[in-house]
Design a protein around this ligand. Structure first.
Ligand code: SD4
Length: 326
């Protein structure tokens, strides 16, 4: 080992700081940053305590996968989880009984793909990735998204399960509609991954609000609202009441604030306060943001107590309670 590298490592080890080998690799773009500010990569953060999803993405990247492959496979864990009533198969239907999914994905080169009102496929994120990679467009909706999924070889599936149908029939008795704050403590999955090269990728996937109006689309597939990233700066994802998040383009705002020097924590707090300032009814709904910057620093803020996010780093997952306004 060259002398200078050895000295650097000794100083850092003395300070209780260790980095994965990729961080010390001369080709890593983050080597231009001060060593004391670097994190150990890879890192995954995801909304709520989606531990299995986070672990999947984190372990894939630890074994050398790109953030793009890891984020897709990570959120697919929740899309396939039938017990999760807000993502993928088993997601709650709209008030007509249709399960419709919204998802998007954004890559380090700024490319993005999105599907809205996708009816017949569990893995909406994979269809969104195909939109990004195989079409000249960013977003496909409804029938067109369905047709495209078939053309890409995704087989038609029924997303309503026995449990979600039973719950829907129960709901029909009263037909009461209102957003539920921190629904069952898990909700939309939004994930941000930084791989060993320091590249950031994000994805977001959801069945949206339970018993929404037919045709309703939320923030989750809207680039800039449910998710945004700039590989030079960092990324953000949102969960909560999509209408409030869309009206404030919150994920884009977080990334712009980080570009202007705010930490991920400061940026999330300012963006949530913007929603609060512009929403007289903010006490009645949840909105939450998580963010990561190029150095691997993370932040999170939400309106209501109860939101948590999961972080994978150095081989372990931690469920971290978010700071909150109320
Ligand atoms: C939506 N933001 O469709 C999503 C769902 C969600 O709490 O996160 N609900 O509005």
């Amino acid at each position: 080992m060259k002398r200078r590298k050895f000295i650097n490592r000794s100083i850092l080890a003395g300070a209780g700081i260790t980095f994965s080998p990729s961080i010390l690799n001369a080709t890593n773009p983050l080597n231009s940053l001060s060593p004391m500010t670097k994190s150990s990569f890879p890192i995954t953060i995801a909304t709520w305590n989606f531990a299995n999803a986070s672990l999947k993405a984190g372990e894939m990247m630890a074994q050398g996968a790109t953030a793009l492959d890891a984020v897709e496979q990570g959120v697919m864990v929740e899309e396939a989880n039938l017990k999760n009533t807000t993502v993928g198969k088993g997601g709650a239907p709209d008030r007509e009984g249709n399960v419709t999914l919204d998802a998007c994905i954004m890559a380090p080169d700024g490319n993005a793909g999105s599907v809205v009102y996708l009816k017949n496929n569990t893995h909406a994120v994979s269809v969104a990735r195909k939109v990004m990679e195989e079409t000249p467009h960013v977003m496909l909706a409804g029938e067109g998204a369905d047709q495209f999924a078939r053309e890409m070889g995704f087989e038609k599936e029924d997303l309503l399960t026995e449990d979600s149908e039973r719950a829907y029939k129960e709901w029909l008795k009263k037909k009461e509609y209102k957003p539920i704050i921190n629904i069952e403590n898990h909700d939309t999955i939004g994930m941000l991954c930084i791989d060993q090269n320091g590249d950031i990728v994000s994805a977001c996937t959801t069945s949206g609000l339970s018993y929404k109006m037919n045709g309703r689309v939320g923030d989750s597939p809207i680039i800039g609202s449910g998710l945004f990233l700039d590989n030079e700066v960092g990324g953000a994802v949102a969960t909560g009441l999509g209408e409030a998040i869309m009206k404030n383009v919150s994920s884009f705002l977080v990334v712009e604030l980080m570009r202007n020097g705010k930490s991920p924590q400061e940026a999330c707090e300012i963006a949530i306060q913007r929603i609060i300032a512009r929403s007289p009814d903010f006490k009645d709904f949840q909105a939450a943001l998580i963010a990561i910057n190029k150095k691997g620093e993370v932040g999170s803020y939400c309106i209501q107590k109860g939101f948590t996010y999961v972080k994978y780093q150095d081989g372990t997952n931690n469920n971290i309670p978010s700071k909150y306004y109320i």
